[in-house]
Design a protein around this ligand. Structure first.
Ligand code: GTB
Length: 217
């Protein structure tokens, strides 16, 4: 049986690939693994059946035989450990790739999530502009460090790996902000990720869900 993942029945991003099922879909596509998708509404996500799979009532989840996983990073790591193509074979190379996976989620993503919080949830607060400037500075400082490290390489550490998959997924959330534009090598890095056939298949699959939901009304 192929694994089943969960995704938004109607993604708030309008199918732009920003919800976190996208990284799981992308990993499965890179690994050449078929998968099924169970779509969940916002209310279904908070119901006991789903909370039993995901304690915080969120997507994505991953079910495979008797294994149930949540947290997109853990799911991508699981897929990468079981299938070729997403992690290097050599132990030290693999450990460094996993370190970069954590860097994407634990060091680079947090200020990017703050930006979304300020812009969407705190847009009406009197201190919004001051906080926005602080958060944008924090993001720029991370982008600069990442840009220096990436330099003119195609990928973070040798061949494309799950680390790049997660880092590109995280950076993609900045696309509409214009913040990436000052870091030409990072913008090109993100574009390289988006150009991968597996990314395109995953993107098309999640967009098709949004389009189908929109045509129903
Ligand atoms: N750390 C968890 C993981 O990585 O799996 C976080 C999971 C998570 O945040 N899931 C979100 C969710 O289920 C969807 S992806 N939210 C519903 C809820 O908490 O009630 C985050 C997301 C949401 C919307 C957009 N967007 O519209 O652009 C992008 C990303």
């Amino acid at each position: 049986m192929p694994p089943t993942i969960t995704a938004f029945e109607r993604s708030p991003d309008g199918g732009r690939g920003l919800a976190r099922d996208m990284r799981v879909r992308w990993a499965l596509e890179e690994a050449g693994q078929p998968y099924e998708v169970r779509l969940v509404s916002f209310s279904a996500m908070k119901a006991p059946d789903h909370v039993a799979l995901q304690p915080f009532g969120q997507i994505p989840t991953y079910e495979e035989d008797d294994l149930v996983l949540f947290e997109s990073g853990a799911i991508v790591l699981h897929i990468a450990e079981r299938h070729a193509g997403l992690l290097p074979d050599h132990a030290n190379d693999r450990a460094r790739a996993i370190a970069w996976m954590f860097a994407a989620l634990d060091t680079v993503e947090p200020p990017i999530l703050e930006l979304i919080t300020v812009k969407i949830l705190e847009g009406d607060k009197p201190w919004r502009n001051e906080r926005l400037a602080l958060v944008e500075d924090r993001i720029r400082s991370r982008l600069k460090q990442l840009s220096v490290r990436l330099d003119d390489a195609d990928w973070l550490d040798g061949a494309f790996s799950a680390a790049d998959l997660l880092m590109v997924s995280v950076l993609l959330r900045l696309k509409s902000s214009g913040l990436l534009d000052d870091y030409v090598n990072l913008a090109a890095y993100v574009a390289r990720g988006e150009a991968r056939p597996a990314y395109k298949r995953a993107f098309a699959a999640q967009l098709a869900v949004f389009n189908a939901a929109s045509s129903v009304g």
